[in-house]
Design a protein around this ligand. Structure first.
Ligand SMILES: C[S@@+](CC[C@H](N)C(=O)[O-])C[C@H]1O[C@@H](n2cnc3c(N)ncnc32)[C@H](O)[C@@H]1O
Length: 253
């Protein structure tokens, strides 16, 4: 499933004069400074998500420097990867799915774990979640989540320490298990939270025998990283026996 829709809302400018724009600009400027500390000359731009066009994010502009980076820049990128400057394919797909299935989050408290840009939490808020928390180990990701929540005019509480996150009805994870060392986090999350939805384009289903696939969506990372086509397909997983998530796996072709 792939859709490209436009949205004619005016995008914010970086030198606006109304109070909300000033707040937004401050967050965005802080983010730009953080990005510049890693890659000089890289720019952030408010970007519409093709599969979730009611949502826009401060993301790395599509003209970002490609090709071999100078060794010092490459070392900084590896040491402090700005994952938050991209909307990863799984987050993109999950935002689309949540907006198509608002009943999943409506009136509920949701945690976006490994929030990055905050895309999943923002989509949950736009779909009618009563409260949204975001958790990420990267302080810059939480800054990005705050800036993007402002951009979309939704409230998100940000947490760096999972242990401090208040209770939530549902946890969303998108593209967090790229680091296989994170897979055991699923057990930790299941001990604390009643329901989990996992969106991932890199895991093989065999790695999660206690989880079932309930949807598969094609979505690209934005800006496009020219990834292998197999990473364009995001699988949606839920623990076996959990009702949340539709359609039921049995209905999938
Ligand atoms: C590839 S990004 C995905 C971001 C976003 N969910 C999306 O789909 O665009 C993975 C994010 O998970 C965060 N992360 C990785 N390990 C984590 C952990 N143990 N606890 C919390 N966040 C973590 C990273 O800092 C990063 O922001």
């Amino acid at each position: 499933m792939r859709r490209f829709l436009g949205d004619l809302r005016p995008l914010p400018v970086l030198n606006g004069s109304c109070p909300r724009e000033k707040r937004l600009n401050r967050s965005a400027r802080q983010l730009s400074d953080r990005l510049a500390a890693t890659i000089a000359g890289a720019r952030l731009t408010p970007t519409l998500l093709p599969l979730a066009p009611s949502l826009r994010l401060w993301l790395l502009s599509a003209d970002f420097p490609r090709g071999p980076l100078p060794p010092d820049v490459a070392a900084r990128v590896v040491a402090e990867p700005a994952y938050w400057a991209f909307c990863w394919g799984s987050g993109h797909a999950l935002a689309h799915w949540l907006l198509e299935h608002p009943e999943t989050v409506r009136g509920r408290t949701v945690l976006d774990f490994g929030s990055g840009s905050g895309v999943a939490g923002i989509a949950a808020a736009l779909a009618g979640a009563e409260a949204v928390h975001a958790c990420d180990i990267d302080a810059d990701a939480l800054l990005a989540t705050r800036a993007n929540a402002e951009l979309n005019e939704v409230d998100i509480q940000c947490w760096r320490d999972l242990a401090k996150v208040p209770t939530a009805d549902l946890v969303l994870l998108a593209d967090v298990l790229y680091d296989r060392a994170n897979v055991p986090l699923l057990d930790t999350l299941q001990e604390r939270f009643p329901e989990i939805l996992l969106a991932d384009s890199r895991l093989q289903p065999e790695m999660l025998p206690d989880w079932e696939t309930f949807a598969v969506i094609e979505a690209e990372t934005i800006p496009d990283l020219d990834e292998s086509p197999i990473h364009r397909w995001t699988r949606f997983y839920r623990p076996r026996g959990q009702a949340t998530g539709s359609p039921p796996a049995a209905l999938l072709a």
